[in-house]
Design a protein around this ligand. Structure first.
Ligand SMILES: Cc1cn([C@H]2C[C@H](O)[C@@H](COP(=O)(O)OP(=O)(O)OP(=O)(O)O)O2)c(=O)[nH]c1=O
Length: 191
């Protein structure tokens, strides 16, 4: 079986780095351009799976190419936390998550060269300590939360504010590597 070519449908440097961690280098990378607005009442796990599939489908495939995409969604109960585009959102998210557990759903989707869509979803639980105003201010000032789901990055200084997590660490960072490897193996990649 000839090894297909891999296209990573992502603008996220984390996803590229996580793939590199298991020795996978995409043949090309293209940003997916999709509407990321949740449907009314859409549950976070359904949303994460849908987003991953839509991102993969949004990038055109050439003959012999497979497209891989992911989506990391942070959920407080049934509420989908927003991506933090500014400091006010980072602050608001941290206040909401302070002293509580939340879930992180990380969807992965792979469209094989024959057009078949395969999907996996990882689910993790992350707890933040009770955050003081000074801790929230310092984190906002670090700028690390910008561009991240729910305004934090576990792979950075937020790690020192998290007493507990269970599930997939790589899923929280942006691409669950066990699930991703399984999908890649099924599609004929050597991982
Ligand atoms: C919770 C968390 C999220 N994140 C990041 C991973 C993702 O880049 C981002 C979640 O947003 P996503 O919409 O999953 O991804 P994205 O828009 O950054 O990139 P893409 O083009 O692939 O859609 O948050 C971390 O880096 N660390 C964390 O601890």
């Amino acid at each position: 079986m000839t090894v297909p070519k891999l296209v990573l449908a992502s603008s996220s440097p984390r996803r590229r780095e996580l793939l590199a961690q298991i020795g996978v280098v995409p043949d090309r990378i293209q940003s997916p351009d999709i509407d990321e607005t949740p449907h009314a009442g859409e549950l976070p796990r359904i949303y994460a799976a849908r987003m991953a599939a839509e991102k993969a489908a949004a990038v055109p495939r050439e003959a012999g190419e497979c497209v891989l995409a992911g989506d990391t969604t942070v959920a407080l109960g049934r509420r989908i936390m927003p991506p933090a585009r500014d400091n006010d959102t980072v602050r608001a998210c941290l206040k909401l998550m302070s002293g509580r557990r939340h879930r992180v759903f990380s969807g992965v989707a792979l469209i094989a060269a024959d057009g078949t869509l395969r999907r996996k979803l990882s689910e993790s639980i992350v707890k933040f300590k009770r955050l003081s105003s000074a801790e929230i201010d310092a984190y906002v000032d670090s700028g690390e939360g910008l561009g991240k789901a729910a305004g934090y990055a576990i792979q950075g200084r937020a790690a020192a504010l998290i007493p507990f997590m269970s599930g997939s660490y790589t899923g929280v960072v942006g691409l669950p590597l066990l699930e991703t490897r399984t999908l890649l193996l099924t599609a004929g990649f050597h991982v």
